[in-house]
Write a protein that binds this ligand. Sequence first.
Ligand SMILES: *Cc1c(COP(=O)(O)O)cnc(C)c1O
Length: 487
Amino acid sequence: MTPEDVLTRLERLRAMDAPTHGGHLLSYVYDSGRPDLDEVAAGAIRAMQPVNGLDPTTFRSVAVIEREVVDFARGVFHADADVTGTATSGGTESCLLAVKTARDAWRARGGQGRPRLLAPISVHAAFRKAAALFDLDLDLVGVDPDGGRADAAVLAARLGADVALAVVSAPSYPHAALDPVPDVAAACRAAGVDLHVDACIGGFALAFWPDGAPGAAATDWDFAVPGVTSLSADLHKYGYAPKGVSVLLQRGRERQRHQWFATSSWPGYPVVNATLLGSRSAGPLAAAWAIIQVLGVDGFRDLIGRTARAAAAIVAAVGRIDGLRVVGVPTGPMVAVAADETDPARRVDPHLWADAMGAHGFAVQMQPACAQPAGAGLPATAHMTVTPVTERVIDELVAAASAAADEVRGRAHLDGAALAAGLLGDQVGASAGAIDPEAAVRILEAAGLLRPEGLGAMAPVLALVEALPSPLVERLLIELLAAGLER
Ligand SMILES: *Cc1c(COP(=O)(O)O)cnc(C)c1O
């Protein structure tokens, strides 16, 4: 094939994707609405294309760029001279490294056995991955079922010598709830426990949020708070950079050294990395660096001002829709909506509403209802991530939200248990281990999830996620994605 043919095919494949620009996809993408930023990012990536970020002594530009990006983040998050940082490939890597560092610092302080990772249930899934990969016991506590916020006293009561790290969110992804960072930090400090603030999604948004506007943080949540030992913030979210760049900041140089890995005893080149990857692209990092300089603080403020206005307009609009409610008080650029159950005849089911929003051209993410370790469970919700460009489509979005609600008002949440019984019969109780790939494919086919045209309505899928045992759902999800790669 000629390069032109290949690129033409790529263009055709890209046409299958959800739209990355224009504000109709309300998750995954962070459209600044500024083509000049996309241009400078593309130029930076092109310039760095042949470079290997593995070795900043050979590619010295990488060291300079990383230092400047980290310095910008240090300024934004009120870091003093004792805070150092690293650029990583994304939020998950930042969170993984925060946990690995804390675990090794805990061991260096004499910690023995299997440490605990203490967090509210709303903490990002990346911390579940970290606990699994680095072998920590995940100790999840419930959050306020109305707003999704962690309770500092509940977390404090579970602190102990075996806790290697506590984590809170600024704010949480599911409900945009700002956890009580100062109170948790004070308790952690008193107990000698490290505390990570996951500001992956919210960091670069909250830091530039207009003072006093709806969604602004009422308390400090970054390194201004004593007791915060690490913080993650993604530049491929509200830094508007292409995917592949985040920062992890750590308090205490000595402590931060536990993030590093070095070996000089294999027969190859001495290896020393502060991150999980070996050879790595410097492209997204350079793109973030370029965008930071083009935007400056005023540029960030302008873009977040737009985001804040759009988020406030969505919160107000949902408030006017009979049968729908906003979950809690969103802090930052996300909005979660749930059914207002006051009058069952008027309720608007968030998952049916999200599917109806899809038909109106807006992709809204569904989040399952969720049991809690203690107390009331969390309701099913629909999640919207608001970006600067949302403001341009706000009237269309508000009209769609209202029309979609009218279309599904009064309908009950789908009965996942009944769906599952129809699909699986008495196999529902089967343990995940008993399901082999073929059985999983049969179930997925019966559920209509393996059609070549892709997934249709998502509400039934979420109902199954809610009703089936997690190990079985997780097994099926793996098979669903694996099948996509194997066919
Ligand atoms: C996005 C996100 C992460 C993980 O980030 P990825 O960049 O998707 O790997 C972690 N925490 C929160 C709160 C997030 O929103």
